[in-house]
Design a protein around this ligand. Structure first.
Ligand SMILES: C[S@@+](CC[C@H](N)C(=O)[O-])C[C@H]1O[C@@H](n2cnc3c(N)ncnc32)[C@H](O)[C@@H]1O
Length: 226
């Protein structure tokens, strides 16, 4: 997969050069390109935003630099997403669907957002990462990119993504590692006895309890877990 990120703040994307995402890039499992929208603005001031027509607070990112930035990376098979609090709320199922695309473009807004004509012309899908407003689309783009990349084949172990929160409508069970006793707190005995069937049943029961408590909405979505 190739991911193009269009932003006015390319230096914010340092986190994508760390950890599992870095390893995926190094192994050519994904290609990430960051484009500065300001590179497509006109001298002498390289202005990218202006006041909103109709009045109102703040500034709106202008069409021309964004059109040109998109056109510089867009291919026939590109799917474009605009990071936006108005968008469909992102989740693991949407992330899985996005893994099917060969090329995605993540467009980051800033200030009051972008001129609507960009969204209309390129038929862009809006994605929100939650019901709150951030200063820009850079953190949302990193959230979407990170979540999608870890689901790509061979980035992390298949079993890890098959057995984690949201892979079904259940949240993950509690995890423990060495030492078996820490400050008088012992790991549940059942996890130490090597009986994998019993461990699986214990973990499933825990997942059910944790989901019921923390996310009753998720729990109710799945009638199989009563
Ligand atoms: C201050 S916000 C603009 C908010 C916009 N005026 C509104 O009321 O919907 C600036 C930019 O941050 C990004 N953004 C803010 N919150 C977001 C969220 N929850 N999900 C995705 N992107 C978000 C968008 O790219 C947006 O254009």
């Amino acid at each position: 997969m190739r991911i193009d990120i269009l932003t006015l703040f390319p230096e914010m994307f340092a986190p994508l050069k760390e950890s599992i995402v870095k390893r995926a890039v190094d192994a050519n499992l994904v290609e990430i390109n960051i484009t500065n929208i300001r590179d497509f603005a006109l001298p002498p001031h390289y202005k990218c935003d202006d006041e909103p027509f109709g009045g109102g607070a703040g500034m709106v990112m202008m069409c021309d630099p964004i059109f040109k930035a998109i056109e510089s990376v867009k291919q026939d098979n590109s799917k474009i997403f605009y990071m936006s609090p108005r968008g469909t709320v992102f989740n693991q199922q949407i992330a899985k669907k996005i893994t099917q695309y060969q090329h995605i473009i993540l467009l980051c807004g800033h200030y009051e957002g972008i001129d609507q004509r960009v969204i209309d012309y390129f038929n862009i899908e809006e994605i929100s990462i939650g019901d709150y407003v951030l200063t820009g689309g850079e953190l949302p783009a990193m959230v979407v990119a990170d979540c999608v990349i870890r689901l790509l084949p061979n980035v992390i172990k298949k079993e890890s993504v098959e057995e984690e929160s949201f892979s079904t409508n259940l949240l993950e069970y509690n995890q423990y590692t060495r030492p078996a006793v820490y400050r008088d707190m012992a790991v549940p005995e059942i996890l130490l006895n090597g009986n994998h069937a019993k461990i699986a049943e214990y973990r499933k029961q825990q997942s059910i309890e944790i989901t019921k408590k923390n996310r009753p909405d998720l729990f109710l979505r799945n009638n199989n877990f009563k």
